[in-house]
Structure formats: C-alpha cells, structure tokens
Design a protein around this ligand. Structure first.
Ligand SMILES: [Zn+2]
Length: 401
C-alpha cells in the first residue's frame, strides 16, 4: 500500500469534505453504500438516509449547478451518510478521477508496485490527491487545462502502453465516492495524499496515462494474425477462435460465481450449485435472495425475476449502465476485462465480436431451469421498482413480471 502522507489541513470528516468540494466548485453529493445495499439499491449511486428510509438523488441536475445550502443540510443531516462528487469542468479545469482497480492486477502487491513506479516516474502524479477505496483500489484527482480528448469513447487506460490499469473518469458527471464514506464491506474510503487543488496538466499523456488500444484497432489488426501460416498446430489443437469459446475454455473455469458476479452488495448464500443474493438493480428486497447465479454448460448465468437475466456478459454490461447483450467494442471490452481478472491474455485470432455475441445468445436461450424458477419467484415481486437506465438517471416504473 502507498504510504499515507497527509497535511494537517486534509478533510477529516464529511463536513470538511463538503467545504473542500465547494472551494473546488464540485457538487458534494450524499452517498450511503451500507443503507443502499440494505434497501436493495445500487451501492454507488448518490442517495441519502433520513433516519427511516433511503432517498435516491436525481444527481444529473448537479452536473450543471451546485446544490443549495438547504439541499446540503438535508442530505448530510443523518450521521451515516457519506459523501461523493462528480468529475468534470469546474469553470477552470477538467477535474478527472483516475480509478485504479486492484482487480485488474495479478495481485495486490502487483497493483501497489505499478502505482509506486508510476508515482516515482511522474512527480506531478505524486502531488495528486489520492485515496484508497474499500475494495483496495486507488483513486487520484488530476486537473486538465483542456478536455482530455482521447478518452471520449473509452474510459480504460494504461500506463505507458502497459496493461489495463483502470478507468479514466474525465467526463462531466463521472461519479466517485470520497473519504470518509463507509463501504459495503465495512472499510472506509481513506485519504493517502491530499492537496487543496490537484496538479494541473495539459494532457493525460504528461503523466504517462494513455487510452487503451481500442477494440476497433485490434479488430483491424486481425487479418495480420490470420494471414500468418500456422505450421505448428493442427486445426483441433488451435486456441479457441471465438471469444465465447475462449471464455468457456480459459476464463470461466478459473473464476467462482462470486468473482464473476462481483457487485459488492450481493451478500451471496450458497444454495447447492447456485448462489443467491441481493440484486444490484431493484428495490424492496426483503429476502435478499432475488438474484441468483449458476453455471450451466460451463456458462455463468444469472437471473433476477424483476430485472431479467443472462450470462455474466449481460451482467457486466448492465452494471456498466448498458442494456441487453453487449455488442461490438463493448462486448470485446467485457471479455478483455474478464480475461484480465484471471490473468489470461486475449486470443490473437478471435472471430468477429458480433458473431461471438450471437452464439452467446443461443447459450442464453438454452436456460430453462432458471426461467421456470424465475416465474415462481416473480410472484413475490409485483410492485414498484427503481432502476438506473443508460443515462444513470433514477427512474420509477411498474413491474410487469
Ligand atoms: Zn433485480
């Protein structure tokens, strides 16, 4: 872990963090991962607990305007409420949260070593306010003179052309929780370094941050790979050639259901071959077992009677704010993420992602046990729901299951 080195003036509690954010001209937003999980709502979405119930926040408003003094008083009145904010333009600079996810590394030590080397190489990065997340990741705050252009389509970044390190949250509305908020696992977000204003840079490349090579570029490189004569292996011995085959043969067997379905709030219980737990997407979950997952023909599938279901690909896509099955670049990025979690390199000669996506669909449709079970469970859930759509706006609708 990076050594903690904090000035006397760092914000120690929610109140001091509110003051800092107001000076930084970024909105303080209430967060309460613990109560949100208890209420069956997404753990990392702005909301506040009023002592009796959890109230979700329509936070898009605060991309454009700061909350009023009255808003802030109401949101932070209950002592269990934590704090978060949005990245984006503060009238002077583009404030960007650099999210380093420990899970993209082989080990926590590997993550720490990579970060340490990055900070030693780029003294400006070492000046950035930095905190540790409850999951063991790191988040750094940087300010840019102009909007970082290269990261518009894809948030993933790497250091100096290396492996995927994390997400570069530069867009207006990029949301982050902040210290000292308590996470679902009981650990708090914790400052390691802090300064009143982040270091100001021209562009991310100045501190060795580069966009990931896009899936499209990799797809374009594919003909070079397939054109190579393969003299060493017969067809049967070749590596799997669709990404779905790759996942089934080389990725899924290396992960547990708990690792594949990796929302912090599931609180899974084993039920034979299945795991059951809280669903990330709907409210009013009394039993905490609406969401369930199991391996079917080597494919990790999930189902929630109110929120649909699918394989781990739809799950990851939905967790990223997507709908239905991930296609094209998004599909490839999810496969890449899963492969990186188990430290397996992507196959060099995979077929088109759309084809992979379709064959995956066939798998999903061959899943009667979950559907039958779903109908039984669905009877319990005829009520109003809250979910997050693509724009991450809270919406209310009537369940039609
Ligand atoms: Zn659900």
């Amino acid at each position: 872990m990076i050594a903690q080195s904090l000035p006397e003036s760092y914000p120690r509690d929610v109140e001091e963090t509110i003051s800092w954010l107001l000076r930084l001209e970024r909105p303080p937003l209430p967060e309460n991962p613990v109560e949100a999980t208890r209420a069956g709502k997404p753990d990392k979405s702005p909301c506040f607990f009023d002592g009796e119930k959890l109230i979700p926040l329509k936070w898009k408003t605060y991309q454009e305007q700061m909350p009023s003094k009255e808003d802030i008083e109401r949101w932070f009145r209950h002592p269990s409420n934590g704090i978060g904010t949005l990245g984006g333009f503060n009238g002077r600079h583009w404030l960007t949260w650099v999210d380093v996810d420990q899970k993209t590394f082989d080990s926590p030590e590997d993550c720490d070593r990579t970060i340490q080397e990055w900070l030693e190489k780029y003294p400006l990065a070492a000046q950035a306010p930095c905190f540790r997340t409850p999951g063991g990741g790191y988040r750094f705050l940087l300010a840019f003179e102009s909007e970082p252009e290269n990261f518009k389509a894809n948030n993933g970044f790497c250091f100096d052309g290396g492996q995927h390190v994390g997400e570069f949250l530069c867009k207006n509305g990029s949301h982050t929780l902040l210290p000292p908020t308590k996470g679902v696992n009981g650990n708090c977000y914790q400052w390691l370094r802090w300064s009143e204003y982040p270091p100001i840079l021209n562009k991310p490349e100045d501190v060795g941050i580069f966009p990931l090579p896009s899936a499209q570029k990799e797809a374009n490189r594919k003909p070079q790979h397939t054109a190579k004569p393969n003299t060493q292996k017969t067809a049967k011995q070749q590596k799997p050639h669709t990404l779905i085959d790759f996942l089934i043969k080389e990725v899924y067997p290396k992960q547990t259901l708990e690792e594949l379905f990796n929302w912090e709030g599931h609180n899974f219980q084993r039920d034979g071959e299945k795991v059951r737990g809280y669903c990330p997407w709907h409210k009013n979950q009394k039993s905490g077992t609406a969401f369930y997952a199991e391996m079917v023909d080597g494919v990790p599938l999930w189902r929630c009677p109110v929120c649909d279901g699918g394989s781990v690909l739809e799950y990851r896509h939905k967790r990223n704010g997507g709908k239905g099955s991930p296609k094209g670049r998004k599909f490839v990025e999810i496969v890449r993420g899963l492969a990186e979690e188990v430290g397996v390199p992507m196959p060099e000669d995979w077929h088109s992602s759309e084809k992979g996506s379709q064959s995956h669909h066939t798998k999903r449709e061959k899943h009667p046990p979950a559907d039958i079970l779903a109908k039984e469970i669905a009877e319990e859930y005829r009520r109003e729901l809250v979910y997050i759509d693509d724009s991450k706006q809270w919406m209310v609708y009537e369940s039609d299951v």
